[in-house]
Design a protein around this ligand. Sequence first.
Ligand code: IPD
Length: 272
Amino acid sequence: MWCDGLVTPVPSASALTELATELATGAGDLIRAHRHDHFAVDTKSTPTDVVTEVDRAAEAFIRSELARLRPDDAVLGEEAGRRTGSSGVRWFVDPIDGTVNFVLGLPQYAVSIAAEVDGRIVAGCVHNPVSRELFRATLGDGAFVGEQRLLGPRDVPLYRAVVGTGFGYDAAQRARQAAVVAALLPRIADIRRLGSAALDLCAVAAGRLDAYFEVGLNPWDWAAGALIAREAGCTVSGLHGREPSAQMIAVAGAALARQLFGLLEELGADNP
Ligand code: IPD
């Protein structure tokens, strides 16, 4: 249990994971309680990029808890933006990753919370409030769903790989992403578009997908899931040896990563 007495300027990574887990569980309870309400839906960057009052309420809950327990930490959240801090800890918060699924009533969305210390993600939690699955990882301590350790995907060649991906909200970007998928599809076993990047990354960590890639994500979408996948032994990077970024995040087991990331490079999948 996280309590005020444990708060120090820079807590241990495992204490940050514990706090991320408490916050994600609390936000998940709120989301589950309101998922059948007639909630207001607004749009953001494009008419298809939606946000609901439940996203905003869940992020407000997380931020108010952080302000109470960790007032000197920085926060970057999907819906309420940036709060600066002085402690060296920064939180990435996505209150509902997979908002379109949430609006539709599809049970594939999650609260995603990660903590970065001095520029390095050290703690992460991804929580699906409907299935109640809780994925979490601490840097150097492995990744878990519930109490079960995650070991990454099976070892398959490219032609047998089931690969997850996602698409942005901008029509021109979606056209480029569709062209990459069209070229990829004959070379792999199949594609999945499940609708939550955070859960996609956890799915690779749990061996439910063989790989996943997407361009145009924000750090709140991938920070926690990327740590969970890395701690499950996956290769997580951009293309051409870069770090994951808005340009590309790609994840797979090491052998498949060499084949898939090479093919994505050939296809120019991370071209702007
Ligand atoms: C979206 C989901 C989706 C991905 C989009 C993201 P949001 O996050 O992760 O799977 O394809 O690129 O923006 O908007 O539901 O928080």
